[in-house]
Design a protein around this ligand. Structure first.
Ligand code: ATP
Length: 251
């Protein structure tokens, strides 16, 4: 029911000049679910993520998190509420190590709170927690490596570990398997599954790999030309006629 929604948008629209990137979008994300956003190129998936995280202001409508309206909340304050997005490779500090990258983000997000004591007693606590997150993404043995020397896949996994270090309840993942081969894609999907199962995270995911989307998701939202075409569990989406016509074609 509605009381289980952790994140939702109400009549969200975004215009870029004359382009309607989002058109009256009512997204609803239930607590604990793995919810995939799919749709053809230019459907508005990234714009939806950017308005939810506060990177972009919507033209109309509102964004809600845990019962609170956050439409006007600055982007940097949203992680405090438990809303995190995986870091992109271009957000990493290339000359710093894996562990140092995590430390900087935790310091920034936690500034002002007791957890900031990363040099005193907090130092060992920080390391323990950081290593937990690195283990989850399979990067613990690379904690001392400069991020510029990481593989593409490892950089993406570090981006997830950094987001985890902010201790979110809702995690947004932007194409976590892009650029990965079949084996690495499968491993990453399993890792995401474990984040949901073991940490109880709510996960909102943009993903192009339909096998992953259909096998992992609890629910799927299909965007097309800025509008929601359908929302539902994978079986329902697979059989939805409007979705097939607009997008899935040969499924
Ligand atoms: P893709 O799968 O290709 O990443 P997407 O579903 O993420 O696509 P968006 O990137 O959100 O789609 O783009 C939605 C529409 O808004 C597109 O028509 C795009 O060209 C346009 N758009 C996105 N960002 C901007 C911007 N900053 N300025 C102008 N137009 C933009």
């Amino acid at each position: 029911g509605d009381e289980d929604l952790v994140l939702w948008t109400d009549g969200l629209s975004k215009l870029f000049g004359g382009i309607v990137a989002l058109d009256d979008v009512n997204l609803s994300v239930e607590r604990g679910e793995l919810h995939a956003i799919i749709g053809p190129n230019g459907a508005g998936k990234t714009t939806l993520f950017n308005t939810v995280t506060g990177k972009l202001d919507p033209s109309e409508g509102s964004v809600w998190f845990d019962g609170e309206e956050i439409t006007d909340l600055p982007q940097e304050e949203r992680p405090h509420l438990g809303l995190a997005r995986s870091f992109q490779s271009n957000q990493l500090f290339n000359d710093l190590t894996v562990l140092e990258n995590i430390r900087i983000v935790v310091q920034t997000v936690n500034s002002g709170s007791f957890d900031l004591d990363l040099l005193g007693d907090g130092q060992s606590k920080f390391r323990d927690r950081a290593f937990e997150h690195l283990e989850r993404v399979g990067l613990d043995d690379q904690h001392g490596v400069k991020t510029t020397n990481l593989s593409h896949g490892d950089q993406r996994r570090l981006g997830i570990a950094i987001a985890l270090a902010t201790e979110p309840s809702v995690l947004l993942l932007d194409e976590p398997t892009s650029g990965m081969g079949a084996t690495e894609t499968r491993e990453t999907a399993n890792m995401i599954d474990e984040l949901q199962a073991e940490l109880g995270l709510t996960i909102l995911l943009i993903e192009h790999d339909m096998d992953i989307v259909l096998s992992m998701s609890d629910r799927i939202t299909v965007l097309n030309q800025g509008e929601i075409l359908a929302t539902g569990p994978p079986d329902e989406i697979r059989e939805n006629e409007a979705v097939q016509n607009a997008y899935l074609g040969g499924m």
